[in-house]
Structures are given as structure tokens and as C-alpha cells.
Design a protein around this ligand. Structure first.
Ligand SMILES: [Cu+2]
Length: 184
């Protein structure tokens, strides 16, 4: 119960408002402080150790050049004369090798069909704004920034269809930005 019910929230508190924490409150503050210290030290540690980190490979690339590389990759793996001819069929690249994925308002292109147990170098870039690559349901997340070719060395583990959702708000159609990687 408040000692001075007439005091409103926009007035200054009474000069003696601060009470030094005692008992359980003191213990909880101490525990929280210790945990803050531990997590502060873990941040640089996790930067170097752990499977959550990317392959750490990225290169500068102009969006138009990345688009050209992706087109070349698609045509080389389908034998199609043009992208229009190929349409939206999954691309089945021969492993091991470089595979390309474009993020663009509001799609992921192309659909990749990969083989489990093989190693691929997955190049991801955005050709417009910042997007977020989020592979479900394994919850692998990666920021996709225009101007950079992010290379992730991946080895798909289990066959299945893995939806890619965009987890970085990128515009009015953001919620429709869904792609997929098929593993067989
Ligand atoms: Cu997006």
C-alpha cells in the first residue's frame, strides 16, 4: 500500500524513497548481475566457437552481377536456353559445387533440390533490400544484405522440403516471401 496516496506519478518521489536492498532482493540482484557478467563473456566466445556461426565467407558483389551469376548457374544446370523457358522448376545442381540463391521482394529464387550428405557452397545475396534467410523447421537464420555474396558451406542432412521464410521485414509483401530447398 502506498504511504502517500495523494502523490501522483508525475511528482518527484519523496527524498528518502531509496531503500538499500536486503534479504532475497539482494540475492536476486546479485544473481542477475553475475549472469550478466557470464553472458557478456560468452558473447565474444560464441563469436569464435560453436556451430551457430556462418562459414564466415563473404564477398562484395553488385546486385546485377549476382543476378547474372545466378542466371548462369540456372542455365548451366538445366540446359535451358533462357530463364523464361525454365520457369519455376527446381534446380538440381551436381554436387559438390556452388549453388546460388537470390533474395528479392518478395521471393527466394530459384528452388534448389540438393542431395543429402553432399557439400555445397550456397551463395546468397539480396538484389534489393535487406532480407532474412530463415530455414525451417531447423531454424537456421542468416542476414542477407545487398552488395554482399554470403557463402555458406552446407551439408544437407535429412531428406525433406525445407521452407525458407524471410524474417527481416522488407516491405508490404514481406509475409509472402517464402521459398524452399528440397533435399533428397
Ligand atoms: Cu524479405
Amino acid at each position: 500500500m502506498m504511504s502517500q496516496p495523494s502523490r501522483s506519478s508525475i511528482e518527484c518521489p519523496a527524498p528518502d524513497w531509496f531503500k538499500v536492498p536486503t534479504g532475497n532482493e539482494r540475492i536476486w540482484i546479485g544473481l542477475a548481475l553475475c549472469w550478466c557478467m557470464v553472458m557478456s563473456l560468452m558473447m565474444p566466445y560464441w563469436h569464435f566457437k560453436g556451430k551457430q556461426n556462418s562459414s564466415g565467407e563473404s564477398y562484395s558483389v553488385k546486385p546485377a552481377d549476382f543476378t547474372k551469376r545466378t542466371e548462369k548457374f540456372i542455365l548451366a544446370n538445366t540446359g535451358a536456353e533462357s530463364l523464361l523457358e525454365e520457369g519455376l522448376a527446381p534446380i538440381v545442381p551436381a554436387p559438390p559445387g556452388d549453388v546460388y540463391l537470390i533474395a528479392k521482394q518478395y521471393f527466394w529464387f530459384p528452388i534448389l533440390k540438393l542431395r543429402a550428405g553432399e557439400v555445397y557452397r550456397l551463395h546468397i545475396s539480396s538484389v534489393d533490400f535487406q532480407h532474412g534467410f530463415s530455414l525451417q523447421p531447423i531454424n537456421m537464420n542468416f542476414q542477407v544484405v545487398p552488395g554482399f555474396d554470403h557463402v555458406l558451406t552446407i551439408t544437407p542432412q535429412a531428406p525433406g522440403t525445407y521452407p525458407i521464410v524471410c524474417n527481416e521485414f522488407c516491405g508490404i509483401g514481406h509475409q509472402n516471401m517464402v521459398g524452399k530447398i528440397i533435399v533428397e
